[in-house]
Design a binder for this molecule. Structure first.
Ligand code: ADP
Length: 430
């Protein structure tokens, strides 16, 4: 039974390295909570502060409402598993798992019973008498997890426990770990840089960047409704289209998102229109996931104001569908260069949401003028065959024709609109 709260927690390492800044997180009792982000964003530092292996420089860390900044690791009753689960090399699997129980003075028969039960749950019951050196990587990691969980910790912390395993094993073990910690009900904090691991395992995810929180929510929330461009791009495979546009409020059309050679219109009745109007004449970033672009059947024009066109350049077969890259002449944006976080920014639910200026419908008559399209913020340098002006779309099971023209219907409800600072133009509430 453990709830973890980070209240404005910061960590400064010697040499003035600000590894974690003003971190606010609440990890609920029994939750499988994933810390996700690129290497160096502060994930391990947060985990080590929760474990008591690293001092908290500023702010408050609370366990079950009690300030824990100065508690020793033992007092916190945490168990931790690292990338290379460290086992005692001269003890068998069973001996490794028995060890914490021996230290705790658990009755021997009961200890044996618990080891047998947990090794069965972990699928290593036939390996109880094996030495660690004779196990595969996956088996060793299972044994390390077993040794951590055997003494029923209040809090289970895992730091990239699967990253040294091959792809097939990772998929198998992530399912097993998620199932096991859920069945024990132990609050678990899991660190990974792998978005698929995070999405498939987590109850909730916190996405970090440069020591700051970008977004936190359930996998569905942060995928469908990401707070920032960085989060939208980090949780995207296949890649999200991040397009540079200028917003224009046009009386009879709604707010037109002008991509230069192409445009789509957000109708007045759309709940985002009031916020978009405030960006009138200014650059915005439009995020469209490949699955939110649907090819319009040949010979049809598609709905007015909500299609984009391109010429198919490259096709990728993904088994369940075709992914196509189409040249559309639209400048794209490099997520890494947008909205580097500030200590007070990047927290969900703080975007503005004021009403539009009164009488705007009658007043605004902005015409789309080509010469006012601003320079893209940053054009993306793509590796491989993804060009910076490509639109990536999911073509379903119908193989598009390479070199052919396509018209794509844009699912406006799933289109994400960000300001130039990389944050959504409408408030993201969880
Ligand atoms: P992650 O787990 O996301 O890869 P870390 O928490 O390990 O990130 O590191 C965050 C930042 O803190 C990085 O810039 C890293 O170089 C720095 N850092 C980590 N540990 C130390 C340390 N002991 N001394 C100085 N800097 C450190």
């Amino acid at each position: 039974m453990t709830e973890v709260v980070l209240d404005g927690v910061g960590k400064v390492y010697p040499g003035d390295v600000h590894a974690v800044r003003d971190m606010h997180l609440r990890i609920n009792d029994g939750e499988l909570f994933v810390l996700l982000g690129p290497s160096g964003c502060g994930k391990s530092t947060i985990l080590r502060m929760i474990a008591g292996l690293e001092e908290v420089t500023s702010g408050e860390l609370r366990l079950n409402g009690v300030v824990a900044n100065d508690l020793s690791p033992r007092e916190r009753n945490v168990a931790m598993v690292f990338q290379e689960g460290a086992l005692y090399p001269h003890r068998t699997v069973g001996g490794n798992m028995m060890f914490p129980l021996e230290v705790a003075g658990t009755d021997r028969a009961e200890a044996r019973e618990r080891v047998a039960e947990l090794t069965r749950a972990l699928g290593i019951n036939t390996m109880i008498d094996r030495m660690p050196g004779t196990l595969s990587g996956g088996q060793r990691q299972r044994a390390a997890i077993g040794r951590a969980l055997i003494r029923e910790p209040s809090l289970f912390l895992m730091d990239e426990p699967l990253s040294s395993l091959d792809a097939g094993l990772r998929i198998e073990l992530r399912l097993e770990i998620a199932g096991l910690v859920r069945s024990t009900g132990t609050t678990t904090v899991y660190v990974t840089h792998d978005q698929v691991e995070a999405m498939t395992m987590a109850d909730r995810i916190a996405v970090l960047r440069d020591g700051l929180l970008e977004d936190a929510g359930t996998p569905e929330e942060i995928y469908r409704d990401p707070a920032t461009v960085f989060v939208a791009a980090f949780l995207s495979s296949p890649p999200i289209n991040l397009l540079q546009a200028t917003a224009w409020a046009v009386q009879d059309q709604g707010v037109v998102l002008d991509f230069g050679p192409q445009r789509v219109a957000v109708p007045w009745r759309d709940p985002r229109s009031p916020a978009l109007i405030r960006h009138h004449g200014r650059p915005v970033i439009v995020g469209i996931r490949p699955e939110a672009l649907t090819p319009v059947p040949a010979g049809e024009a598609g709905a007015e104001g909500r299609t984009l066109a391109g010429r198919v350049r490259v096709l990728e077969f993904h088994g369940h569908d075709w992914l196509a890259y189409a040249e559309a002449g639209i400048p794209t944006v490099d997520a890494a260069a947008v909205g580097a976080p500030q200590p007070t920014a990047g927290r969900p639910g703080t975007a503005n949401g004021a009403a539009p200026p009164a009488g705007l419908g009658a007043r605004v008559r902005a015409l789309l003028r080509r010469d006012t399209v601003p320079e893209p913020i940053v054009e993306e340098e793509h590796s491989g065959h993804h060009r910076r002006s490509d639109l990536v779309f999911s073509a379903g099971t119908d193989r598009p024709e390479r070199g052919g023209e396509v018209r794509l219907d844009v699912d406006l409800d799933r289109m994400l609109i960000f300001g130039p600072d990389g944050r959504r133009i409408t408030a993201v509430r969880r």
